[in-house]
Design a protein around this ligand. Structure first.
Ligand SMILES: Cc1cc2nc3c(=O)[nH]c(=O)nc-3n(C[C@H](O)[C@H](O)[C@H](O)COP(=O)(O)OP(=O)(O)OC[C@H]3O[C@@H](n4cnc5c(N)ncnc54)[C@H](O)[C@@H]3O)c2cc1C
Length: 314
């Protein structure tokens, strides 16, 4: 009879292998709250900021050999981390994957490139098509994974190809955007895919028009979201033909607060004030209650992160 190694054994094995490859860059018991826009949740058993393919290869080998659970995060703007933290390896792409370049009407960029910065690179080269992304606080990797979008546009419209690193396969490959299974705020990349880069095909535009569209997107954001407070933007997906914010408001959900969280006077769900330390378990009920109330007032109910909208690190 074969028995599965205990979770602690897997973490210990992965830690040993990864520390041999990455030294003290491997962190243990690393607090995740500060890496999320909600500022909530517990620590990662292991945390590595990957700077090179070599780091990803080391992570891949450690996962393959130890069987430790793993996940990848970007800018943490769609993550609700459990109070228990994450009992395995959390990867995040570091500066080595934060780059962008231009080839004609195409922008090529690394997975850690912030989406707003990439939109800015488009403006620099008078390339239009990414203006909608100027105020979405995503990394390119997270934006691809979630098919981020706003103002009736989404990244899948401009993406041509996506470069992924497979864990535990340990190899790079290109996925055509048409094969990435994009739908509203989701993609269906193969399991274990870390988005390490992507190619977006834009179109020539006039800088004044691009700049004006970006400013309109920023103004809308300032008017609709409490940017100075911990939040995750629009926590609910819009149901077909309607707006989640309207449903929550109609159900009286915007005035509610439960535990540490509230639906917010504007359109987003707000986290508690402060920087970490607050409990996810006191916050989730607010999301569920706001969604549930609007679901009762309408037959379609919005979905909170962890249930289609994003990822909850349990
Ligand atoms: C104030 C605010 C406003 C927002 N406005 C919008 C909006 O207008 N439109 C919109 O679509 N979203 C919006 N969001 C949500 C969020 O910005 C998007 O979902 C974004 O795509 C998440 O990107 P991220 O880098 O923060 O990913 P994270 O939140 O870190 O992760 C989200 C998911 O992507 C996965 N992931 C992250 N990086 C990678 C990678 N390199 N490879 C593979 N998978 C990866 C994670 O495992 C997780 O499943 C908003 C959030 C906030 C806080």
């Amino acid at each position: 009879m074969t028995t599965e190694p205990a979770p602690e054994r897997r973490v210990a094995t992965a830690a040993r292998l990864l520390a041999a490859a990455t030294g003290d860059r491997l962190r243990r018991g690393f607090p995740l709250a500060r890496l999320t826009s909600f500022r909530l949740g517990g620590p990662a058993a292991l945390y590595l900021e990957a700077e090179t393919d070599g780091d990803l290869a080391a992570a891949s080998a450690a996962v393959a050999e130890s069987g430790v659970p793993w996940t990848v995060i970007g800018k943490g703007s769609n993550l609700l981390v459990s109070d228990r933290g994450f009992p395995g390896l959390v990867l995040r792409l570091g500066k080595g994957f934060r780059w962008a370049g231009r080839d004609g009407v195409r922008l090529l960029a690394g997975g850690a490139m912030p989406l707003p910065a990439l939109a800015g690179v488009g403006l620099t080269h008078s390339l239009a098509g990414l203006e909608f992304g100027v105020a979405i606080p995503a990394s390119l990797g997270g934006a691809v994974r979630m098919n981020a979008g706003a103002h009736d546009h989404s990244v899948s419209e401009v993406l041509e190809s996506i470069e992924v690193y497979s864990i535990p396969g340990g190899s790079r490959s290109m996925v055509r955007a048409s094969d990435a299974g994009f739908a509203y705020r989701r993609s269906s990349l193969p399991d274990g895919s870390v988005v390490i880069g992507a190619v977006a095909k834009l179109r020539p535009g006039h800088p004044d028009a691009i700049r004006a569209e970006m400013e309109a997107a920023r103004s809308w954001r300032r008017a609709t979201q409490p940017l100075a407070e911990p939040n995750c933007g629009s926590v609910f997906k819009n149901p077909l033909g309607d707006h989640a914010a309207r449903l929550v408001e109609a159900a009286g959900g915007k005035a509610m607060s439960v535990g540490a969280g509230s639906a917010g006077r504007r359109r987003s769900v707000r986290g508690p004030p402060g920087d970490g330390g607050a409990a996810c378990r006191r916050f989730r009920p607010g999301i569920h209650l706001a969604g549930g109330r609007s679901g009762r007032s309408r037959s379609r109910s919005p979905s909170p992160p962890g249930e289609g909208g994003g990822r909850c690190c349990r």
